[in-house]
Design a protein around this ligand. Structure first.
Ligand code: GDD
Ligand code: MG
Length: 335
């Protein structure tokens, strides 16, 4: 089975982290999230993955130079310009010559779903396209799905106004598609699978969906990104797990690190305090700094104190500075 993984978005909501690193290359449990995703797909029988690339393709190609990840063959389909989700799927599928049933995954979604379950359901219902669903409290930031009997989709509405659609089942970003879906997508222009293609398949009664209670998170904003990392050390994932402090992280013996991840390459100085945070490999945390509920890729000065703050690779927090709910550097001020 082949899969297209969409990794070409701008990752705007994860700035400043994504000013230097494309979202799917940001680590979750010390590994690029796309690698985690490919691992999970490989475990459910996917043998080839086409990465639908656009924005910043080089880091992906550099990270997997042999064209292999978790035993899976990778293809790189680099769009000449952003084609949006359906346009990217068509471009990637044509690039790899896909002409059989295939899987599509949003590259910022981490889930323990066994995709073979979705494929089996897809085949048994005779669907043209099948969507994985997950329940959420506030569905307004997602594609909302109303189901009829037998798992047929009655309505698909992308990002409706709060309360506008009476369902808390949302598109969880994994699909099984027949190649005929590609024929519904116009070539050479932006097409959204959520806004254009799926509603068309609904009209023909051929869109189905299956809800599961598997672990699921969309890492596209700082808080779920931090959560996704902590879940890897909390043993919440069925399929994946990570050490809190990766081998090769330089943590001073007098620093106190609690319920946090520190990746290889990071430096944590004496008497620093780190709680409920994600410290990525490029981070330098000087002596006496205090870090709570934060994500750090950059530099924290001596005795600085940050909470609920995101420090990108170019971010520098001054000695003694106190920051709460801050983005460093401020993405709106950076070109
Ligand atoms: N190659 C390529 N080209 N990829 C793209 C493009 C593009 O032009 N635009 C977006 N993507 C990729 C993103 O990188 C991401 O992996 C995926 O497509 C989805 O885009 P997001 O920007 O993350 O969308 P979203 O989170 O607002 O909503 C989507 O995901 C939700 C579940 O997490 C939708 O599919 C919703 O319906 C869904 O509920
Ligand atoms: Mg997303």
């Amino acid at each position: 089975m082949r899969a297209v993984v969409l990794v070409g978005g701008f990752g705007t909501r994860l700035r400043p982290l994504t000013l230097t690193t494309p979202k799917p290359m940001l680590p979750v449990g010390h590994r690029p999230m796309v690698e985690n995703l490919v691992r999970t797909l490989a475990a459910s029988g996917v043998t080839e993955v086409v990465l639908g690339l656009g924005f910043k393709p080089e880091p992906f190609i550099q990270a997997f130079p042999s064209g292999e990840c978790a035993g899976v063959r990778l293809h790189y389909a680099v769009e000449p310009e952003p084609l949006d989700t359906a346009g990217a799927i068509k471009f990637a599928a044509e690039h790899a010559g896909i002409d059989d049933t295939f899987v599509v995954v949003n590259g910022d979604v981490l889930t323990d779903l066994d995709v073979s379950t979705l494929i089996a359901f897809h085949r048994s219902s005779g669907a043209e396209a099948t969507i994985h669903l997950t329940p959420v409290e506030d569905p307004s930031a997602y594609g909302v799905v109303v189901l009829a009997d037998g798992g047929r989709v009655e309505r698909f509405v992308e990002k409706p106004a709060p309360g506008a659609v009476a369902s808390n089942s949302i598109n969880a970003g994994t699909y099984v598609l027949e190649p005929s879906v590609l024929g519904r997508i116009a070539s050479g222009r932006k097409v959204s699978i959520e806004r254009e293609t799926f509603p068309g398949v609904v009209v023909d009664g051929r869109l189905f969906a299956l809800s599961t209670d598997d672990y699921w998170i969309d890492t596209g904003r700082p808080e779920p990104y931090r959560r996704a990392n902590l879940d890897m050390i909390d043993g919440v994932r069925r399929t994946l797990r990570a050490d809190a402090i990766e081998d090769g992280a330089r943590v001073d013996g007098s620093a106190r690190v609690t319920h946090s991840l520190v990746s290889r390459g990071a430096v944590v100085g004496s008497a620093a305090v780190i709680e409920d945070s994600v410290i990525l490999g490029s981070a330098v945390i000087e002596a006496g700094a205090v870090v709570k509920d934060s994500i750090v890729m950059g530099h924290l000065g001596r005795s600085s104190v940050i909470s609920h703050t995101v420090v990108g690779a170019q971010g520098r927090v001054k000695d003694g500075a106190v920051l709460s709910h801050a983005l460093v550097p401020d993405p709106n001020a950076v070109k």
